[in-house]
Design a protein around this ligand. Structure first.
Ligand SMILES: Nc1ncnc2c1ncn2[C@@H]1O[C@H](COP(=O)(O)OP(=O)(O)OP(=O)(O)O)[C@@H](O)[C@H]1O
Length: 340
């Protein structure tokens, strides 16, 4: 997908960017390849949140892992402040991780049950600020817990099993902040938490974004939360970006048939008994193993035409910053249909 207006309007505050990033996993050491991510472009800016939205298996976590340098890319580039990065391990990886931190979905799995909060945060501070000790270390611990709204004297000596899910996720966030990062890659940071405490953790991330001028990638399958929390929303389907734009427009006036399906099929919080709408779309996402040409959503798309089965649509402008990779939005010469 072409770089968006949002992505190209001002490059000066871009911290981390993906350019045509792809990841194909080789299966069973054979010739077959699973196309987890294909040609993703995105730009993370200081003080802004980009939401990466899509259903399970669409490639969101793989994008985060590529950006975190936990996977080598098959093709394309990750750039930090405009410079291509390729680090695998050792000192260079630690230096990179100091600037780009990943927060995972499961605060239960990501904190070792045998270590106290003090141990977890001390380790983070010592890794990222070698030589820190004594009063500076104590102050660092206090500051980290205060930033995530946990009282230091109450929480420093607790073990993970003594904490609620929300408190654990706050400790995971504090651990990430120990690196004083510029970028947070938050992979479904609230999806395992009770609905009642999700908002509190998202508000905390929002506050940290403002206070620390962080660039945040917020990965979620919940497109409604993207509207609330993010400036830009990027929608992925089967490893590719299908739509992007400012969050208000993408969530309120979705263009791509898949985004419409995603929004229509989200449960209505006021009427959980009602069957979600599917706008005529049926079926499952396609196999990502050696995918066929054409639009990957075409087998499920209620508006597919013959062209969609053979030609992969590039990204077309829809309105303002909004773009959709769908032939419905091709200028004259594309599909005849009026999109809305
Ligand atoms: N190490 C791997 N080896 C092979 N296939 C992988 C590997 N990691 C991910 N995949 C596959 O890549 C595709 C994308 O997975 P990914 O976890 O990025 O999706 P996701 O959108 O984050 O889904 P979820 O919300 O369930 O985490 C899936 O088909 C997954 O099975």
């Amino acid at each position: 997908m072409a770089t968006t207006e949002l992505a190209s309007s001002d490059q000066s505050d871009v911290v981390l960017a993906a350019h045509a990033l792809s990841k194909h996993f080789r299966l069973h050491r054979g010739r077959r390849r699973l196309h987890a991510v294909d040609g993703v472009d995105l730009a993370l800016r200081r003080g802004r949140v980009v939401a990466l939205v899509g259903e399970s298996g669409s490639g969101k976590s793989t994008v985060a892992r590529l950006l975190a340098q936990l996977h080598p890319a098959t093709s394309g580039e990750v750039r930090l402040h405009g410079r291509p990065v390729k680090v695998r391990a050792g000192r260079r990886f630690r230096a990179y991780a100091r600037r780009v931190q990943l927060i995972l979905q499961d605060p239960f799995a990501s904190l070792n049950p045998i270590h106290t909060v003090r141990y977890v945060l001390t380790r983070s501070l010592k890794i990222h600020h070698p030589g820190i000790k004594g009063e500076a270390l104590e102050q660092g611990l206090t500051d980290l817990l205060t930033k995530v709204h946990l009282q230091p004297d109450r929480f420093l000596d607790k073990f993970p099993h003594e904490l609620s899910g929300g408190q654990r996720q706050r400790v995971s966030i504090a651990r990430a902040l120990g690196a004083t990062p510029e970028v947070l890659l938050a992979d479904e940071p609230v999806s395992m938490l009770d609905v009642s405490i999700r908002l509190g953790v998202l508000n905390l991330l929002s506050e940290l974004k403002n206070d620390m001028n962080l660039a945040i990638l917020y990965i979620t399958h919940d497109i409604a939360s993207a509207r609330y929390f993010s400036d830009e929303t990027i929608v992925m389907y089967a490893g590719q970006v299908v739509e992007r734009g400012d969050s208000e427009t993408v969530t309120q006036r979705p263009a791509h048939p898949y985004t419409r399906l995603l929004i229509a099929s989200a449960p209505d919080p006021d009427n959980l008994a009602a069957a979600p709408e599917t706008n005529g779309a049926k079926g499952e996402p396609p196999s990502l193993i050696d995918p066929p040409p054409g639009c990957r959503f075409q087998p499920r798309c209620p508006r597919a035409t013959a062209r969609c089965a053979t030609e992969s649509p590039p990204s077309f402008p829809v309105s303002g910053t909004q773009e959709a990779a769908c032939w419905l939005f091709a200028p004259a010469g594309g599909n005849e249909e009026v999109p809305r």
